[in-house]
Write a protein that binds this ligand. Sequence first.
Ligand code: ME8
Length: 631
Amino acid sequence: MKNYYITTPIYYPSANAHLGHCYSTIAADVMARYKRLKGFNVMFSTGTDEHGQKIENCAKKAGVSPKHYVDEIVLNFKKLWQILDISYDVFIRTTDDYHVKAVQKIFTKLYELGKIYKGKYSGWYCVPCESFFTETQLKEGKCPDCGREVKKQDEEAYFFKLSEYQDKILDLLENNPEFLEPESRRNEMINFVKEGLQDLCVSRSSFNWGIPVEFDKSHVVYVWIDALTNYINLLGYPYETENFKKFWPADVHVMGKEIVRFHSVIWPAILMALGLPVPKKIYAHGWILFGDGEKMSKSKGNVVDPFVLCERYGSDALRYFLLREIPFGSDGFFSDEAFLKRLNSDLANDLGNLLSRSTALVEKNFNSTLISERFSDENDKNLIDIASSLAKNCEKYIEKMKFSNYLSEIWKFVSECNKYMEVCAPWNLAKDENQKPRLATILYNVLESLRIVSILVAPVMPKIAKEIQNQLGLKDSDCTWESSKKWGVLEENVKINRSNPLFARLDIEKEIKILENINKKDDSGAKISIEDFAKVNLIIAKVVDCEPIKKSRKLLKLTINDGKTNRTVVSGISQYYSPEELINHNVILVENLNPAKLCGVESNGMILAAQSDGRIKVIFVDDIVAGSKIS
Ligand code: ME8
């Protein structure tokens, strides 16, 4: 079996995970899932980069120890990856014992080999980027990477002989076009190396939160040496483990463009010094920019909360949008509007509707089981031809990590299927009993096309792929990657299980307002008066009955007793609670909310819940009697 090793950067847990982190992680996950479907033995790693002055400062501000500080945030990252179905095999933390020991061994080995020496450092340090710069590298006296203030630092330090590797690194970049992609980044790095490489300061003595140098405990290892070596340490280095033998060199390190220099210059030089092969590929994607053209970052306060997006629209929608909207390698914008529009057009209309219309016709006209007598005509050939070559066409793109082209190719086919439906108009044939064989053929062709689509979208939208496959009554063996290249795999008399729509069509303007309000709420600067608060009537109420709303994936219909009468309240919590878990519990009710219709059910009020550990938790108050006012 062939092996495949893909990594994400290990992220700084200085603040919670944001959409930018999701972007790299989703992309790497899609490749890992794709390769697994292709039969590869995959190692997919991610993790957190927990040392350094930035984290030390954040912890100090929060009044806790650095370890305590990062422990909390690492939980947040892990929760988000769970919600986003990130199928990592290893989550490495640079505070993990095995990593700490490996970093110490690597540092000592490089010192003993004469690749690291002791000297004096005088330079400018950017704390958020954890990077040193020379006077000439600064841009208008500020950090050339992020534009923030830098501070002068003089200290005794250890240096890595990076300058020794200038020719080798240049050769690597110039003569291996596949090593660093996209091309634009490669050119940038070639120019950078041509300007000359200086030895790199690889230890610090001005702060403590780092891995102590084994033979000189007054120094900690520079955070980038600590971080970059995660890629081999998680495989067991410096020991010759099975994993190390199988998976090193990595097939691809995925990252944002701002850390390419570390990965394509410093990292290969370290590996060369250790006598190890360099990774096969570094892929640097662009930045997700926010409305004002700024890179999204917590410190700039323009963060879109991925938990909220997943919670409201499903994690697959976010996975799809990020990879479809922005060509991988280029910068692109995130806006709620663009996200919601794609959700409506590509997911609810094109794909969701195709499944819904075709399965509805099978349910209604064939009692959910297609008959095997068929009658083909000319229109079918075109569809079958495109379907049969689709997977092969798509593979070219995903192999090159051109996710947007990959998805666009699939969606062209989905449009083709919708056109086929329009041209064949099966709903008209359904009126004539004699046309049943033709009707069966058309529906078979559409369902078989959807089977192929479900396999191809699986790396990007694992939940939706499974849902389509369940609705089509498919077995696992009908959904292998190889079977996406074959026509006619769907069984003759398959029994379908029609269910909820894949995606609900959204009222975009309304959703944008809701998202704005959620963001505003997060804006802790905004204050309200006591009079404003007093307008909200909060009371304790008892859940006396509860049932799912059939047409919806998320909503539960609760019957609530507010101490006087029963009322109906609709709540979007069915992903987190079964009706039984709510019945007979007391909850907090917003009693004077305007009534609203949700999926045809009138809701009178709202129950309070909290976002905790990446899920929604209803606030239960069983020891206070129903009807009690909260003030
Ligand atoms: O740099 N758009 O960690 P980090 C796209 N610990 N991707 C983005 C992004 C955005 N707006 N913001 C962040 C570090 N990313 C180091 C890495 S690896 C040995 C050490 C993604 O928390 C992108 O992958 O600052 C970027 O490179 C990474 O997060 C930076 O994460």
